[in-house]
Write a protein that binds this ligand. Sequence first.
Ligand SMILES: [Zn+2]
Length: 225
Amino acid sequence: MNLPQPGDYIDIHNHDSRPEEGVFILDNLMAHEETLPGNEKGMIHSLGIHPWFLNETNHDVLIDFVRQNVSDISIAAIGEAGFDKLKGPAMDLQNRTFAEQVAISEETGKPLVIHCVKAWDELMAAHKRVNPQMPWLIHGFRGKKELAMQLISRNMYISFWFDFIVRPEATMLVRSLPVNRIFLETDGSGADIREIYRTVADDLGISVDSLRDQIRSNFEGLLLL
Ligand SMILES: [Zn+2]
């Protein structure tokens, strides 16, 4: 599997990525797109069913697609999977499909990348029920400190929403969380991951170099390397 090199900026969640010098990307493949994983330099992939694109009709096809491709060497994680109460099918189907992807994550020993909108109770309940061996990573986080700490207390990792984390009001949040539990991402926005690192390093009062080292160490924790 491709791994980040010392000094790389790790972008822990992106879509439709292209290799970029000095950046290491966990690129997300959504099963409904039926894109097969490549083995591009500086990139690995997650593969899963995004709740927005799930329905009763396509469920079986999507879960089969994940199962058939999950063993590919370039698939490092399962997801993004999860819950969305604003956009997506009935919670019953979302719950069932999430549980299936949790099982795949546990069976394959690959961590789970999570999309969660207004369904934190469901997410916490699922985590308590399964008590998974594999780490879960919440991507696109823009909640409060209390919620972040609740997730971290269950051994989850947090990646911040690219647009939220560079705002002045995010400074206190990022300072109050354990730095060994955080990640940064661009999520297909075209934002510059280097800029995001610069802002967060400033917020933390550390150098960009130390932040990159820290996040590479977090990455090793996430993938149980
Ligand atoms: Zn995404």
